[in-house]
Design a protein around this ligand. Structure first.
Ligand code: NAD
Length: 322
């Protein structure tokens, strides 16, 4: 039986990835600094470890005096735009330490295949309508935030270990990912979850606050599609960074309209000042398409799944009066 380690398995995408690997027949160890908040882990074994610590990385990577067939590194100090703009030091310190130690010890222990989860935050700000950007166009680099700079460093580090230490590395740059069992409140939630929560809390005919003027352009990838893309990329021969994203681009206001339509409510928008991030994003998915991957969920379908889960969380929270 093939074995896989998922770092960040207590988190949103890592939690879904564990289930995907189980469906594919792997024996899976999950590792995280915390248990999964919403979804009991499906991993065969789950270890609570702090991957900023070298000893914890080695413990995570060691299996029966050997190591894993595949390692998926998704652990990061992570959140939506509000968090990214307020926690620059935590991101630069914590995520860099995790990646420095994980990449180094995975290579030392002879991991044959190592996956790193990067982000489209490595790209510069774009204007709506700009031609699609390819992976190679991330350099010369000018990410809009420190989170993107840390990802670029970690990408380059993983590639150096591939070139010089012989570890096969696969790197995905994720577009915004959304779906059930992700952070939906508390300050680290990303836009789709935050908007689903605000709409679920609002009355029919009510108003929700949205950061910025609502014209920023984004694409959102449903989590089932994302873990399918991760799996295909890991088993492909694609070297270097690979974008994974849904090609449907919408403005933030269109995201709100989609959530409102799914909820069946009439929702008005009040634009307020807040951290928005880049104006636009438009990326080529040609490299991941070469694995036959395609996004199966358009925004309306993915939001339908996500909204009903978040609406349920909101109801439960209201019931216990939190
Ligand atoms: P998440 O916050 O839900 O998951 C990250 C997990 O890492 C968390 O469970 C957290 O507890 C864990 N972690 C943090 N510090 C740790 C430590 N010191 N030791 C062990 N575990 C630690 O985030 P996610 O959305 O599931 O993202 C997974 C990966 O994908 C991250 O690397 C993130 O940067 C990347 N990514 C996500 C998105 C997105 O839209 N969600 C987009 C681009 C890239």
């Amino acid at each position: 039986m093939k074995t896989a380690l998922v770092c960040g398995a207590g988190g949103f995408i890592g939690g879904h990835l564990v289930k995907k690997l189980k469906r594919e027949g792997f024996w899976v160890r999950g590792v995280d600094i915390k248990a999964h908040e919403f979804d009991p882990t499906a991993a065969d074994e789950f270890l609570l470890l702090d991957l900023r610590q070298e000893a914890d990385c080695r413990e995570a990577l060691t299996l029966n005096n050997g190591t894993f067939d595949e390692v998926y590194q998704l652990a990061a100090d992570m959140g939506g735009m509000g968090f990214i703009h307020s926690a620059e030091c935590d991101i630069m310190h914590n995520s860099a330490l995790i990646n420095i130690h994980m990449t180094h010890h995975a290579s030392q222990l002879g991991v044959p295949r190592y996956f790193f989860s990067s982000s489209v935050c490595v790209y510069r700000d774009m204007q709506p309508g700009e031609p699609e950007m390819t992976e190679a166009e991330a350099v010369p680099a000018n990410p809009d935030n420190e989170y993107g700079w840390e990802k670029l460093y970690a990408e380059r580090m993983a590639q150096a270990y591939q070139r010089n230490r012989g570890m096969t590395v696969r790197i995905a740059r994720f577009q915004n990912c959304y779906g059930p069992y992700g952070t939906w409140t508390g300050g680290r939630e990303k836009a789709p979850a935050a908007i689903c929560r605000k709409v679920a809390e609002a009355e029919d005919g009510g108003t929700i606050e949205v950061w910025g003027d609502g014209t920023a352009v984004r694409s959102y990838t449903y989590v089932n599609d994302m873990v399918d893309g991760i799996y295909r990329l890991m088993h492909s021969d694609l070297e270097g960074a690979v974008n994974i994203g849904c090609p449907q681009y919408v403005t933030v206001d269109e995201l709100v309209e989609t959530v409102a339509a799914v909820s069946g409510k009439t929702i008005h928008i009040k634009h307020i000042d807040g951290p928005v991030g880049v104006h636009s994003r438009n990326f080529s998915n040609e490299r991941i398409y070469s694995t036959d991957w395609r996004a199966q969920y358009m925004l309306k379908d993915g939001i339908a799944e996500t909204y009903s889960w978040i609406e349920e969380q909101v109801k439960q929270q209201q019931k216990v009066g939190v």
